[in-house]
Design a protein around this ligand. Sequence first.
Ligand code: UTP
Length: 796
Amino acid sequence: MDGGSGPGPEPVTAAGPSPAPELAPEADPDVEPLPRGRFRCRLCQVAAANRPSLAEHLRGKKHQRLRSLRAERRAQEQRSLFVSGFARGTAAEELAAYFGAFGEVVAVVMDKEKGAYAIVELQEAASREQALAQPQHTLAGRSLRVRPREQKDFTRPSLGCGARREPLSPGQLEQALCQAADVDTQMEQLVGLLELSEGERRLRHLLVTLFQEVFSEFFPGCTVLPFGSSVNGFDAHGCDLDLLLDLEPTKSLQTSARGAPGARSSGDPGAEESILSDIDLASASPPEVLELVVAVLRRCVPGVRRVRAVPTARRPVVKFSHKQSGLAGDISIDNRLALHNTQFLRLCGEADKRVRPLVYAVRLWAKQQGLAGNPAGGGPLLTNYALTLLVLFFLQTRSPPVLPTVARLRELAGDEDRMVVAGWDCSFPQDAALLEPSANSESPSSLLAEFFRVFGDFDFSEQLVSLREGRVLPLPEAGEPFKLGSLNLQDPFELSHNVAANVNEKTASRLGRCCRDAAKYCRSLQYCRKSTKGRGWGLVRLFKPGAVEPGAGAGSFLISITVAAAQPPSQLCEEPGGHGFKEICAAIAFVLRDVLQCSCVPGKPLKQVGASGAEHSLPQDTVLGDEPLGDAAGLEEEPLQPPVGSKRPQSDRMDGTALPGAKRPRVNGPEEEVVASWSCAVWHRVWMGRRRLRRQLLHGASPEEPDGVSLELEQKVSEAIVQHEGAARPPEPLLRFEASAQLAGGTQRELRVLLRLAPTPAPGPLFRDFFHFLQAFLPLAVQQHLGWGPGAAPQS
Ligand code: UTP
């Protein structure tokens, strides 16, 4: 830990009356040299540009004040005791009176929140030694546990908000990225903008230390070990704090203590109050151990909130959040493999400098598209771990590879790296310097584009993604422990584990679709070239949901509605503004207004733009003038590598959008037709909890039953949400957006309409959630209303 905690002597400084021989400032144990002649004072956490400014800082008031505070704290610690085991409700005065027998008590600090322990400070260090020398302490019939107070590293910030950094707002991130010179620089910058700051890392370290300190009191010998994003090299502001509480040493201690003569019997007066009580950890079931962990967290760790055990998870955990730091975390009691796969991820991040920028870019893209993340209670999205593995697999399959396969890493492992955990071989070198450098010379930005191209056309359900082999394998036979699903991604070490088993078909197919849209965007000028007009370009548009779909502008979100008819209405293919198109527009308004209870006020009738391309008025959608994407932008597709695991040759693409030279209907160019627009407002969170409400309204029957559900039911669901939120309209809507519909293409049997949503002000997470819901809900609801489509129930 580097919080100015060097155990060395207090350095001599030039402050003071007698001009003692001045120590070279850089010899101060609090000082750390930095590159280019700079220095950092670890105690005050400030950097100095050169020696004179360092010397000035060391003489300054702030540094001197912190030094004396540290000295005082250390002396205090050496006079203090950590006391637990007393009855709940015991007063500080009672403890002061009891320890007064050993010497003058200066202070008793009770654990404010839970009252489970106290720090007793004595006037003299010798008094503390006397108290410690006494083998038994009993207060009010209870056996006290009395230990020296832990010597803590001195750190300037408290566990509070000091080291907390507000996450960058989407606007700030966008602004920073727009200024980069090219996409490679944007990717590099992204890592710097998202990764944990030094203060945040220190805060996590302090929390781990706090947990270790408290758990050691109740589970002697245990260790608290961080894993996951805090330590795997793919950290981001606010990421979870995953911890493993290793109780193996405690179990051994407990077993040997039970066998020893004079072992504590259950009749011990302190036993029933002790959290560990009589539980034998070696024979306790995981839920019992989790309950103990819950009890320790609730009663003894200051600032910890929302503690709950999740015993049914594949790896049972206790979830918690920490008030002052705002961090959320999980404590596992049985997940040693995670320590090793964390180390593996770290090794991959260090093996090649393109890995981290690529993982950060893919992770943020997937989060923004609602494809990945770790929502509380699981869900059908990819976990961040699964998504990271997918990127690593992609890098293993480049030609030449950027990363070695896990099998190759096993060959490179030295004797000291050989490791089998829970029966799985986890051998790989610990040091990235031992790996052969990659001969691959692709840039990060082209790797990102290739990632989307490869997975845009990937058959996730019919093959096994193997990081061990670095290639796809046939699916395991049914009946094997590997849980087959819509996405089959094998853990690199625990080979029977599908890390994407939770991903449902809808998410898997959306992943493919989003990758195809992103791949298409990556071939446009807007991805490759910095905008000269100050518009979003490169990564910026990639991170906006819906913004990279063909035809989307920089500030808008697109929903594509295709209405197919088994027996097309006679005028389905009429020109824009004709009967078919008008009916679709009316259906859109109906769904927004009547089904989803949004306000939806028609805008001024908009003129159409004829094939002549003559100028006509367009809605107040400032982004319509953006450079068009893809082929319309005049970019040729690059020659393609045969993608790993692709479903079909690129030329067979169903939508035809990626065919070199193939034309899609231009929706952004001069032939654009915009014939309907609305000003909309959303007043209630009508996108949340619909599935549950549907079930309730159907009295437990599944909405997916053959006869489907009606829009009538969807209306009732929205009404129930509105009622639940208080029925009356809030003074201000939750969201406002302008919507405009345009015809994007049509055939004898189907019509495609693009609905563009332009939120005002700039979209936040709430709008993104609403948009993701609407993207799935609206097309089906419109089809259903018109009775032209397949009539499937909206799945949201
Ligand atoms: P996460 O999916 O939470 O990944 O898994 P993360 O990188 O920590 O991302 P955040 O925290 O959401 O930002 C956490 C860790 O749990 C283990 C891995 O060690 C992973 O790094 N894990 C997760 C598994 O071992 N198997 C799994 O299927 C999932």
